[in-house]
Design a protein around this ligand. Sequence first.
Ligand code: RTP
Ligand code: MG
Length: 139
Amino acid sequence: MSEQIERTLVIVKPDGFRRGLTGEVLRRIESKGYVLADLHITTPDRERLARHYEEHQGKPFYEPLVDFMSSGPATFVVVEGHRCIEGFRALAGATDPTKALPGTIRGDLGRDWGEKVQANIVHGSDSPESAAREISIWF
Ligand code: RTP
Ligand code: MG
């Protein structure tokens, strides 16, 4: 079967940006063999975050999540490569950085800071449908 280029949306979240981890995250994506197809830095606005996180509206962590995500600059990256949606989720590791395995971005670089919401450095789309929807929101 021939290679099929897939695209995913990666966000280096405001905690990753503040901690100076943007380059480290991009390095891991490139080292894995994926391509950085597009990239920009912006402080996410609440209107686009509401669309991005619509599946989480009404959950207890929703408001803290939007507060956290709009707290400063973040880097939005379109990543390309065969099976990169699943592949980046593996690179990122478990949502909870305390449980994320060493070797993953969240496992190596993240921890629990005792905040209301998990500050876990990166976002990665979880399906082809989510990736297309999320890329259209931010690009
Ligand atoms: P992401 O969407 O950021 O790639 O992360 P994910 O799929 O692993 O996690 P998801 O369930 O989609 O949740 C989105 C983000 O909300 C924050 N969260 N905090 N109980 C909590 O403290 C909690 N639950 C979710 C995290 O920042 C998570 O990445
Ligand atoms: Mg998610």
